[in-house]
Design a protein around this ligand. Structure first.
Ligand SMILES: [Zn+2]
Length: 134
């Protein structure tokens, strides 16, 4: 019971930190050190933060990217779950929605491009299978 409460507090502390820094990329080490300078005395360990970030990543609320300089993983909080990637055919105008795994990957790639914080929706202009045949 006590263990569960403890975990929830860690999660809330992390979310509170991430909410303040929506769209910014941080390494786990950076998050932990920033949280300690925020005046928290009971900051979760790096391994706990890492595990919580993995959970948030699965929910689609956090995107993982690699710091091009020191090759460390960085995490970006989007504040929203999911995120949708639509593909609109430039010929017929039909809109196809990418599956959630593909959407998540595309969102993460776009977030890794640099100073861009992807919105919860991305639209790609494509030529659909049907129109490609003609
Ligand atoms: Zn088409």
């Amino acid at each position: 019971m006590e263990m569960a409460t403890y975990k929830t507090e860690n999660r809330e502390m992390l979310l509170e930190f991430l909410e303040k820094h929506i769209g910014s990329a941080f390494t786990v080490r950076h998050i932990v050190s920033e949280m300690s300078t925020d005046g928290h005395t009971d900051v979760p360990s790096e391994s706990t933060v890492y595990r919580l970030l993995r959970e948030l990543e699965k929910d689609g609320r956090v995107q993982k990217t690699i710091d091009p300089v020191n090759r460390e993983y960085m995490y970006i909080y989007s504040g929203k779950s999911g995120g949708k990637v639509n593909m609109r055919c430039k010929v017929c105008g039909n809109v196809y929605t990418a599956d959630s795994e593909t959407s998540r990957r595309i969102m993460a790639d776009v977030a890794g491009c640099g100073e861009i914080a992807p919105d919860d929706e991305i639209e790609l202009v494509v030529k659909c299978k049907h129109c490609r045949k003609e």
